[in-house]
Design a protein around this ligand. Structure first.
Ligand SMILES: [Zn+2]
Length: 75
């Protein structure tokens, strides 16, 4: 599990294109939280295209400090 945050290019759902996001939490490919324009969203890592995919349309975290998939705290 990553503990350091880092910036990455990611496909952003609303854009259907790439933009820079910050990866805050990653336990596995399907358990990723990314921040985009100051809001935290669920994300995945798609190994086929080697890119993160951020769901800013439907994936906003109900609690911005807790991962909805694993319940882990996000500072
Ligand atoms: Zn998680």
């Amino acid at each position: 599990m990553h503990t350091a945050t880092f910036k990455s290019r990611a496909i952003v759902h609303s854009l259907n294109n790439y933009d820079e996001v910050t990866i805050l939490h990653e336990r596995d490919c399907n358990d990723v939280v990314a921040e985009y324009k100051g809001v935290r969203y669920t994300a995945i890592f798609n190994g086929f295209v080697c890119s993160y995919y951020v769901d800013d349309l439907y994936g906003e975290l109900p609690d911005q400090h807790k991962c909805p998939r694993c319940g882990g705290d996000i500072l």
